[in-house]
Ligand binder design. Structure first.
Ligand code: 5HM
Length: 343
């Protein structure tokens, strides 16, 4: 673990589960301001930062709030493929359509277009930043800019990027990532933002062939909307219940050799499953030739296909084949679609 100077660097948590609860507690019990902007009344704490020692341990396991792991993975892959379409992301989160000005695409939220879409010289920010890290490992310039000043020039823009930028620091052979956000919904948005950025951090570490370092999250306006305040109180109560044991799972590790071609293959399967053009079984997944890590991602997308495109309970063989942490989340999140004996 890296040495930190107390008081001037943010608190370090081992995993996002602990950081999530710490932030929810801080915003709830140490509210600095009550704000009302664009129809959202919220409790706000400004300039909140934390660090996570293991960025792979990126999922909170909370019974009151089993997070949507399938959406989290889809969104991270949507970013990594440089897309901005609702076709893909709206299938996993229909509610995102309300942030689209044209009903087809997202602007501010489509972070992938800033990081992965080729520019006039056919290079991406991602490639330039990774090349810089290869040629000058101690660089302080490996910044992926996300927020664009032009976003405020659009009248009533429904979707202005919440993330300003993300910066890699390669130190002692470990790849650290720092994410800077102008605003973050601590209860909802933060879960998917930390998931996606730590996932991209892991992809970058694979591509550079280095170890994962720390993940750091800096947010100017950390807030909880009033409509979520009561649920957040219940979430905060959970670890205080008698006999509480924090569910702990070993986080799956992305295979070191993960390349763009592996990600492209995953995305091809994802699209076919999303369009219900094909289905998978644990056996057909092993036949794809993809690493076990990516088979698990596709197994989650297959389970979501069954949830979206059929009205039957999910196939028990598929539930049993899930990684234990994913199974914990899926069986709680989609309780009413689980086969008997698994919910
Ligand atoms: O008024 P404003 O543009 O800030 O409303 C968007 C709100 O969505 C943010 O304040 C934040 O609460 C939430 N959000 C988030 O937490 C939005 C995005 C999309 O960029 C995000 N995380 N990634």
């Amino acid at each position: 673990m890296q040495r930190l100077t107390p008081h001037v660097t943010p608190h370090i948590e081992q995993n996002f589960h602990d950081a999530y609860l710490a932030v929810l507690d801080a915003v709830t019990n140490h509210t600095e301001h009550t704000t009302s902007s664009r129809g959202n009344d919220s409790a706000e704490l400004t300039n909140v930062s934390f660090r996570i020692a293991d960025p792979r341990d990126r999922l909170p396991f909370i019974r009151q709030r089993p997070v949507n792991i399938i959406f989290n993975l889809a969104e991270a892959l949507w970013y990594a493929s440089g897309r901005d379409d609702l076709d893909m992301i709206g299938y996993y989160a229909p509610g995102m359509a309300k942030n689209s000005a044209d009903g087809k695409t997202l602007t501010g939220t489509a972070y992938g277009t800033r990081m992965f879409a080729p520019d006039a010289e056919n290079a991406t920010q991602w490639d330039r930043v990774l090349d810089l890290l290869r040629s000058d490992p101690d660089t302080k310039r490996a910044v992926l800019g996300i927020y664009r000043p032009e976003e405020l020039a659009v009248t009533d823009n429904p979707d202005v990027s919440c993330t300003i930028s993300a910066q890699f620091l390669l130190r002692e052979g470990r790849l650290n990532l720092t994410c800077y956000m102008r605003g973050n919904d601590a209860y909802r948005g933060m879960v998917s933002d930390v998931f996606a950025f730590t996932f991209l951090q892991e992809i970058a570490a694979c591509q550079l062939g280095v170890e994962l370092g720390l993940y750091t999250h800096h947010v100017a306006s950390m807030h909880i909307n009033d409509r979520d305040a009561e649920t957040v109180r219940r979430v905060l109560h959970e670890p205080r219940e008698p006999g509480y044991l924090r569910p702990a799972f070993r986080p799956p590790e992305m295979p070191a050799g993960t390349s763009w071609s592996a990600l492209e293959a995953v995305l091809e399967h994802e699209e076919a499953l999303r369009n219900n053009e094909r289905s998978h079984t644990p056996k057909t997944l092993t036949e794809t030739g993809l690493a076990e890590y990516w088979q698990q991602v596709l197994l989650l997308f297959e389970i979501f296909r069954q949830i979206k495109h059929t009205d039957q309970a999910v196939n028990p063989d598929h539930v049993v084949a899930l990684d234990p942490g994913y199974r914990w989340l899926v069986t709680r999140r989609w309780k009413n679609r689980m086969p008997k004996g698994t919910a």
